[in-house]
Design a protein around this ligand. Sequence first.
Ligand SMILES: *[C@@H]1O[C@H](CO)[C@@H](O)[C@H](O)[C@H]1NC(C)=O
Ligand SMILES: *[C@@H]1O[C@H](CO)[C@@H](O)[C@H](O)[C@H]1NC(C)=O
Length: 367
Amino acid sequence: MRSDLFFVLLSGFLSVQEMANGAEENAALWGTSSQSSNYVDLYSTYAIDGDPTTRSETATETNPWWRVDLLNVYRVNRVAITNRASYYFFRIDGSVLRVGNFLDMYSNPICAAISTIPSGVTANFSCGGMEGRYVYIHIPGNQKILALCEVGVYGYLLDNLAIGGTVKQSSTYFSWFAGQAIDGNRGFNTQANTACSSTNIESSPWWSVDLNHVYQVNTVVISNIICCPERIIGAEIRIGNSLENDGNNNPICAVIPSIPAGNSSKFSCGGMEGRYVNLIIPGNMKQLTLCEVEVYGEGPLYKKIFVKMQFNSKADLTNPIMTDNILKQLESVLANRGYSNVTISWSQTPKQVPKVETAKAPCRKFN
Ligand SMILES: *[C@@H]1O[C@H](CO)[C@@H](O)[C@H](O)[C@H]1NC(C)=O
Ligand SMILES: *[C@@H]1O[C@H](CO)[C@@H](O)[C@H](O)[C@H]1NC(C)=O
């Protein structure tokens, strides 16, 4: 029997991981609203102020509408509408809910036709992951009034590559776990210790996310904590494929000058290629606190893996026909397991290695 040692090179596209089901955030709270007209001072923003006791209201008109611009494209799972607790609750009857990417209202697909919502009730309308930047509510017809106590839009930022990634940080301050920086919740309106990540105060603290595949990263969005926004000053955003020094030696996309308290800043990385995105604050007595890290880009790019295998083969693996056959067999095994878009090639021709009879080798004594 021959024993041949050889190397193969696997490369190909692997499927993008489904987005993880983390906590949902109310995207409307970060949006900007408008409506077709204002009844006195009942402005559109009262429907996205997080307070269901205040309301927006249009004047009496034909086809009144209200809109929130989420500023980013979301995958919208549901919209929660709180109707007024009033004798006039029926005014919402016959309204239409639309989600889409068009500023022109009627170009957006309908998520729900609302027959009625009882007085003072919050009703969920499931939009099944419809994609959109705009959410519209309108009432077709004449002599209509659109009043909304609160509109919550729940879903996920589309293509936030960080969601579903694997996170690490240099240390964890109490329950401020690393994963809370990629939970889909920017964390300003909730308890920071369950919505943000934080290290202890230490020397050069860092946080990292493994995107699982290599991407071209266009932008990184960092959300800063309300209490102590100065902590983030000087943090470096690093992107690359190296795990040397836990990824903290990868090239720098940006050094954060500052981010306002309870706000998000966008950093442009111009398509830097990488699987790991790190934040590190160089220096002593630093604490790295992150309410959300969002990563946007393109990919995944080709993923190349080297696999070293040892074969016991009766056939001559230096014969090209045999080596081609082995690649075909490997490809069909991978295809059976769902990896159909993988191409395999030999990185070098198989080499025969001498057999070592370890079992029969005498023990050697070292002094
Ligand atoms: C709306 O959906 C959310 C999330 O599934 C749930 O927690 C809430 O109770 C629902 N509200 C109503 C009124 O069904
Ligand atoms: C957050 O940033 C937005 C956009 O730059 C700005 O309009 C808003 O005033 C900022 N809020 C705070 C609290 O700094």
